[in-house]
Design a binder for this molecule. Structure first.
Ligand SMILES: [Zn+2]
Length: 80
């Protein structure tokens, strides 16, 4: 196994900022602020016209949703 040519950075997860659910942050009730997310899958239908195999296919995409309100975590989409 080859090591990546990056410098190893020591990070203490406890010092990092939490990603929290921002659902409702623009409402008077305030944001959900839940820190727990669960992984679910979204499925996309690939039509035969654009599919590399020439047949209709289903692809799955893992997404994270808030464990409390079920809202998709938007933070992850920024880098994707
Ligand atoms: Zn939430």
């Amino acid at each position: 196994m080859q090591k990546p040519p990056m410098q190893q950075v020591q990070i203490d997860p406890r010092t990092l900022e939490d990603v929290k659910c921002s659902k409702g942050s623009l409402t008077p009730i305030g944001a959900c602020n839940n820190k727990n997310f669960k992984q679910v899958f979204q499925m996309k239908r690939v039509s035969a016209l654009v599919s590399p195999s020439g047949k209709e296919e289903i692809i799955t995409m893992p997404v994270f949703v808030c464990d409390k309100c079920g809202t998709e975590c938007k933070e992850l989409k920024k880098g994707a």
